[in-house]
Design a protein around this ligand. Structure first.
Ligand code: NAD
Length: 388
């Protein structure tokens, strides 16, 4: 699947690289392509899982003859602690100059004060905005070996293969907000906002992805109630009619989709939806495979670097204990190879190694269901051993 065919990426010669350069010594220099990866480990388990994914990237570099340079920068709570800013200017500049970005997670109880003016999540929203990352891709494809970990019955989940496209730059997250009045009259508002251009570009990406899969796109909205949804529906229908007449296209209301996802998830291929609905639906869908620790996601735009991360948070309850499941971040690194660097072979090798680890019965605690489990390092070693 290569939905981001239009996403350009930069390649640099190995001898222009800097920082922690890693390359295969056994291959001639001219054969090597060098890719500049910015690492944003963030908070909680972020540093543990990102460093595991880096080891996997180094090994795949050796196997496939690619060279990666890694530069680590601040984001989130740790950036607030060190600079007072959840997204320092240096981080934005480094990300803009990179080929792709691998992020751990941001946030934690230390920065949870809801009245705080500066919050870790601002780093995440800010970097998406700064890089014009307007589409969040979340594949929902449960591993056969983990089907029994799903809260749903095997016969409902088995065979599910959905790719979500959640719009990232519009909606209530970026509309005006405020409060007025006092006492019982105190009122809060948050504007829901979408433009035609914002809808067009994400629908185009999603429809192009559908063409490489089962050729079926479902758009989710709330057009029976909300004006921005009516604009969304009208625009999506036009784009599909004019540019993708060959793609099967349907529309589902968000409340119905919330039900269909747990009733008949197999019926969907690619789903495109607005920022708020996507936020909720993708978290709901992430329960289908049974573990947060297994799911990667990507945020991409029309050009420039994409940002890749696990969908889970910073897991402060297990941070620093060395037991976090690194597989979602390792799979995010595979997505990065596929979508931003166009290294499909390398991505497939990583995904095969993860599948093999699971087939061999190896589990971290979050997916072990009380049975004996591996720690982060042991799980990383198991993946590295199977990476061929
Ligand atoms: P969480 O995803 O961090 O944790 C939920 C549960 O899943 C916890 O019990 C945790 O231990 C477990 N878990 C998550 N990832 C795991 C992994 N890789 N291996 C093993 N177990 C794992 O969600 P939360 O507890 O609601 O949020 C914690 C913090 O993370 C909050 O500050 C929240 O704002 C932040 N957060 C950040 C992101 C992000 O950076 N993209 C996303 C969600 C939440």
């Amino acid at each position: 699947m290569a939905p981001m065919a239009a996403t350009p990426f930069r390649r640099r010669a190995a001898n222009l690289s800097f920082g922690n350069t890693f390359s295969s010594p056994s291959l001639p220099l001219h054969y090597l392509m060098s890719y500049k990866i910015v690492l944003l480990p963030g908070d909680g388990i972020g540093p543990e899982i990102v460093s595991a994914a880096v080891e996997v990237l180094k090994k795949i570099g050796t196997l496939c003859g690619h060279s990666f340079t890694f530069e680590t920068h601040l984001i989130g709570g740790i950036a607030i602690d060190q600079t007072g800013n959840p997204l320092p200017d240096e981080t934005v500049a480094a990300c803009k100059a990179s080929d792709a970005i691998l992020l751990g997670a941001v946030g934690g109880p230390k920065w949870d004060d809801p009245s705080a003016k500066v919050r870790p999540e601002q780093g995440l929203l800010g970097i998406r905005k700064a890089l014009s990352l307007f589409a969040n891709l979340r594949p929902i494809k449960p591993f056969e070996e983990l089907l029994d970990a799903s809260p749903l019955k095997r016969e409902i989940v088995e065979g599910t293969d959905i790719l979500f496209f959640r719009e990232l730059t519009g909606d209530v997250y970026f509309g005006e907000s405020g409060r007025y009045g006092s006492g019982k009259e105190e009122t809060a508002f948050q504007q829901m906002i979408y433009s035609v251009g914002e809808v067009e570009r994400v629908v185009r990406l999603a429809a192009a992805a559908a063409r490489t899969r089962k050729n079926h796109l479902t758009s989710v909205d709330k057009a029976n109630v909300l004006e921005p949804s009516r604009l969304w529906r009208q625009t999506a229908a036009r784009v599909m009619k004019e540019e993708f007449p060959d793609v099967k296209y349907d529309v589902v209301l968000v409340d119905a989709m919330a039900m269909f996802l747990i009733q008949r998830p197999r019926d969907f291929d690619v789903i495109v939806t607005a920022n708020l609905f996507g936020d909720i639906l993708t978290d709901e869908a992430s329960m289908l495979p049974g573990s947060l620790g297994m799911l990667p996601s990507a945020s991409i735009g029309d050009g420039g670097p994409g940002l890749y991360e696990p969908i889970h948070g910073s897991a402060p309850d297990i941070a620093g204990k060395g037991v976090a499941n690194p597989l979602a971040t390792i799979l995010a690194a595979a997505m990065m190879l596929r979508h931003s660097l166009k290294l499909e072979d390398a991505a497939l090798k990583i995904e095969a190694a993860v599948r093999q680890v699971l087939a061999d019965g190896l589990r971290t605690a979050d997916i072990a269901r009380g049975k004996p489990s591996l720690n982060t390092k042991q799980m990383l070693d198991a993946v590295l051993e199977r990476l061929k």
